[in-house]
Design a protein. Structure first.
Length: 252
């Protein structure tokens, strides 16, 4: 596929996917979802994926100029498509880091929340301002936000439409690290390289079990953890333990 919005770069085991619609502050439209869906279906052989935005914005929201003439049927399809593709990020085999360099509003915040880890520049701004347009989030924003932070914090953002800065997002648990703007990508790549250096099957399974465990009963989640824990013996886990005892780097 000939990508017009997405740019991809690979550095060792880390992939960097950049959203590039700078004239629209990287606003999400149907073409973006088509490209992202295709990319996720043919993701290269990487161990960590980083998603970021070009220039001053991560993603400033969904493309209102495309949405304004939608009928309810069209809007429902648009919402379902966004939810489905963001769920593919959630279900991706490799960990995904959002490098939030600027505005992450509306669909942009929903995209960041679909990722596994969020690292933000001090200049980043987060918000779900859909109520300002007489709308609500449509790409799982009401659901992910209320799961990542308290219900009160989620409702405050959803009902007021207010933006919050990166430090407030960190305090709320939405962001895992805050950096100086000029240090954002260096820090993100440092975290990505740390993850990529670990057992690849272990990182994939840790993500899978942690996410699946939130959706099932605690007892069933523990059983799932035990099964996956055991499955790593005799292959990657055994190699990692031998390397530790032999004081050498593991051969992943």
């Amino acid at each position: 596929m000939d990508y017009k919005i997405l740019k991809f770069e690979q550095r060792d085991h880390t992939g960097i996917l950049t959203i590039s619609r700078p004239d629209a502050m990287n606003a999400l439209n149907s073409a973006f979802f088509d490209e992202l869906d295709h990319f996720l279906g043919e993701i290269p052989n990487i161990r960590v994926l980083v998603i970021t935005g070009e220039n001053k914005a991560f993603v400033a929201g969904a493309d209102i100029s495309e949405m304004v003439d939608m009928k309810p049927k069209d809007a429902r399809q648009f919402s379902h498509r966004g939810q489905d593709i963001f769920n593919k990020i959630k279900d991706l085999r490799v960990p995904v880091i959002a490098a939030v360099n600027g505005f992450a509003l509306g669909g942009g915040m929903e995209l960041a929340m679909a990722c596994d880890i969020r690292i933000a520049s001090e200049k980043a701004k987060f918000g779900q301002p859909e109520v300002n347009l007489g709308l609500i989030p449509g790409f799982s924003g009401t659901q992910r936000l209320s799961r990542y932070t308290s219900l009160g914090n989620a409702l405050y953002m959803l009902l007021t439409g207010e933006m919050i800065d990166a430090n407030r997002a960190y305090d709320m648990g939405l962001v895992q690290k805050v950096t100086k703007p000029e240090e954002l990508m260096d820090e993100v790549l440092k975290v990505a390289q740390t993850i990529a250096s670990k057992g690849p099957k272990a990182t994939e399974q840790a993500k899978k079990v942690a996410r699946q465990g939130r959706l099932i009963h605690f007892h069933d989640a523990n059983r799932l953890e035990s099964e996956v824990f055991a499955s790593l013996f005799g292959n990657e886990g055994t190699e990692g333990m031998k390397a530790f005892l032999e004081k050498r780097d593991p051969n992943w």
